[in-house]
Design a protein around this ligand. Sequence first.
Ligand code: CS2
Length: 446
Amino acid sequence: MTPGIVHIGPGAFHRAHQAAYVDAILPHDPRWGISAVALNSTGVADALGPQDGLYTLALLGETVGHRVIGSMVELLTAGRRDAILSRIAAPTTRLVSTTVTEKGYHLDAGGALDMEHPAIIRELTGAEPSTLSGWLVAGLAARRAAGGGAITLMACDNLADNGRRFRRSVRDLAAARDPDLAAWIDDHVRFPSTMVDSITPATDDALRRSVGAATGLDDAWPIQREAFTQWVIEDDFATDRPLDLAGVQFTHDVHGFENAKLRLLNGAHSTLAYVGLLMGLATVRDAMACAPLAGFVGRLMRQDIAPSIRPPAEMDLSGYIDAVLARFANPAIAHQLAQIAWDGSQKLPYRLCDTIRDARAAGRPVDRLAVPIAAWFRFLERRQGSGEQLIDPRADALLARAGDVAALLAMREIFGDLGDDPVFAAAVWRAHAALAPGADPAIALI
Ligand code: CS2
């Protein structure tokens, strides 16, 4: 096998999802091995290096299956600057993909590269690359210099229009530093949008034990996910494309899939997380076993979110909602609500705010949609009170405003102009009051 893909951000989701698809095509086409590049930590390289990049994937369905994934043929970390840049430059590399989470793209509320972010300011001064944008600008400059030719850059994170946003995060920096490179990018690089989906709870000791018992392998970092998996990619590649054989759907209407997934699945997930945590629940499965909460999320999906989605022709929205709810209830998966609650400031704009904006524009009510926002505000207050760490790149600003609904709604980087909308604000205030400490949160579940 040879590396044909550079993947930036080989965290659990990548190893559970894209790397498993690639694993399935390598027997047919060994040119698409993955060079896995971790920009912020050496954890994956340290764990998987001694085991030749191999790891176990546990598939949690009605029965539990195990596969050894062998698609990572190279493990690189930020300290190997020249190796990373040469790998992006190599003509054998035809695809760079990313899973760096929403915050890794450093975008502002308008979807452009956030030129005021301290990390981007450092990139603008020509410092060593440290962000996704900086690494790719350096990598594409090396590729242009080496004559490496056309290439596809593919975002695999849960952002609406992730291809267009990825393009902004790379091209805006190139335009600011080297306009000729920006023009080269326009001519040589494609940025297809994608929809990725598979529920991937973090690795825990229970998984390590069960993998060891089932396989007899001593795996430093096994991964788990539900059996269901879906990957829809916009058919917009700069070169030949891999993955045709692996069950990936190629489409010209990726936005319908993206919106349905982000707004229904991820929007419902964040709702279960913030409301469920207030109710003292720990996992998605527990939240689905709580009838008032499961009923609320079903109503939210069907009555409030679905009307904002224009599904692609091949998608039956009602069947999709049923399937998502059944996946959430999967008894084989203990998916921590606290994990889903991370990075709310980055996730909620795509997961709920866009839906709320559409609902307001269409004159539909937003009372139910305001409940998860208010639950997030109450979650922030609890973190502020408990001193427990808030995992969010805007943690300081959020904790400084926690308890002050108006100040939180005024954060334009999260709510944009929605915070100025009196109807939405009033709905958040009402839900926030209903979720007061000491009150039964079920009262808010209209
Ligand atoms: C979850 C997602 O952690 C989260 O925020 O909502 O990771 C979700 O499990 C995946 O998007 C499912 O494809």
